[in-house]
Design a protein around this ligand. Structure first.
Ligand code: JHZ
Length: 396
């Protein structure tokens, strides 16, 4: 048996299933969030997968366009891919609200998006969007109708797909022999070194190391030739891969550098994950203690950003509305609902981020730069931001 469980993050709800009313509390779905390491492929995955249809459907609430940081990010990556690769046919897997594809000509761009609400949105924007889960079956359908693609792009999506062999086989099937597959997902180096265990939740079936990706892509005849470290979502990797049969395939130094870094951090060794788990349990204790002591000092505590990540934290650390009064979030579809599992109310920043707040937990810590700039007034009047990344502390 090569798969070993190393972290237990307790009973968890579906992280994006924001509840409309207290009547929904009693039949909420929970699963046990445990994380494992595969000593053969070195892949880190959650143990019990939630059925994809329960997570990704027409009620999906997360909009990639909700932050200035992400809008800019996708504008820039679209520009550089167009300049560097000059693709004449582009496909995005997991196109969400169109934040990336809107920078491409609809005549040469296709999309795949299982959440019906978003597929309708991008179809209405003029982009042919297949409202389905990515698979070899779907890739065959697209191949028949639209032919092979020069660029297949995916952001914060591949790590959501449970069957990676089928996923990469499907890419191989639909990619031109000289085409490029580019995808970005949170980096395991960052999760381990920054102790951001909240990157584990139902949607994140895997958190990738380059070492694991090399093994998995190779099984589908794909080869990583370049890696860019990007700052979004608390550091992600943008992976560039081509078909192995491509005669012009040159491996960039960034690939060797990433593998060396991961090996030096022990990401190919179970011991590293067991030590990480110890740090996570300590982080839970520290966060509970800090929040309780602030509460004992009669501080009003809220959380900033109703992220999936904070669903993991609050459920794991058993933090509910007796400690965190409410969560503020800019996404209308998350507002005036209850955070999954712990049922803390979610309201808009206009309604809740005001002078009455003393302390704000950074649920959206991955946007801390944007948020700290935006909330200078809060800090100037003595407001406190706290975070658990890389360790539990008050931000100064
Ligand atoms: P954010 C989702 O995770 C789910 P979440 C998914 N699985 C994934 O991989 C990532 O996204 C990409 C709000 N906000 O991006 C907006 C403010 O309220 O960290 C968002 O709801 N004020 C697909 O949910 C949330 O925070 C602000 O000033 O963990 C951020 O969510 C800013 C900047 C954001 O992803």
């Amino acid at each position: 048996m090569s798969t070993i469980e190393f972290l237990d993050l307790s009973k968890q709800p579906i992280a994006n299933n924001f509840l409309k009313s207290s009547e929904d509390f009693s039949d909420e779905y929970f699963y046990h969030l445990k994380v494992s390491y595969d000593s053969e492929t070195h892949l880190v995955s959650i143990v019990d997968f939630v059925p994809p249809e329960m997570m990704f459907n027409e009620s999906y609430v997360y909009h990639s366009s909700m932050s200035h940081t992400m809008r800019n990010h996708f504008k820039n990556v679209a520009k550089s891919l167009k300049e560097d690769l000059t693709p004449s046919k582009v496909l995005e897997i997991g196109s969400n609200d169109g934040v990336f594809i809107k920078h491409f000509d609809p005549k040469i761009t296709w999309a795949v998006e299982p959440c019906g609400n978003f597929a309708d949105l991008t179809n209405n924007m003029g982009y042919k969007t297949y409202s389905d889960f990515w698979s070899t079956e779907l890739a065959r359908t697209i191949l028949d109708k639209d032919g092979k693609m020069d660029l297949i792009f995916s952001a914060n999506c591949i790590c959501h797909i449970q069957d990676l062999k089928d996923t990469f086989d499907a890419v191989s099937l639909l990619l031109n022999d000289d085409g490029t597959f580019v995808f970005e997902d949170p980096s395991l180096v960052s999760v381990i070194t920054k102790n951001c265990y909240d990157q584990f939740y139902d949607e994140h079936a895997h958190i990738f190391s380059v070492i694991a990706l090399q093994n998995l892509l190779n099984q589908s005849d794909l080869e990583i030739y370049k890696i860019e470290k990007i700052s979004v979502h608390g550091v992600s990797n943008r992976i560039y891969a081509k078909k192995k049969c491509n005669k012009n395939l040159e491996i960039d130094a960034s690939v060797y550098e990433n593998v060396d870094l991961e090996k030096s951090l022990g990401l190919d060794n179970l011991e590293t994950y067991l030590k990480f788990a110890d740090r996570v349990y300590k982080s839970k204790e520290d966060l509970s203690n800090l929040l309780k002591s602030l509460k004992n000092d009669n501080k009003k505590i809220v959380s900033y950003g109703a992220t999936c990540k904070s669903v993991t934290i609050f459920n794991f650390c058993e933090i509910d509305s007796t400690i965190i009064e409410y969560v503020t979030d800019t996404t209308p579809a998350r507002q005036n609902k209850f955070l999954p599992g712990v049922h803390i109310p979610v309201i808009s920043p206009e309604d809740g981020f005001n002078d009455s707040v003393d302390v704000a937990f950074l649920g959206a810590w991955n946007f801390s730069k944007e948020i700290l700039e935006k909330e200078k007034d809060f800090i100037e009047r003595g407001g406190i931001f706290i975070t658990h990344v890389p360790n539990v502390r008050i931000l100064r």
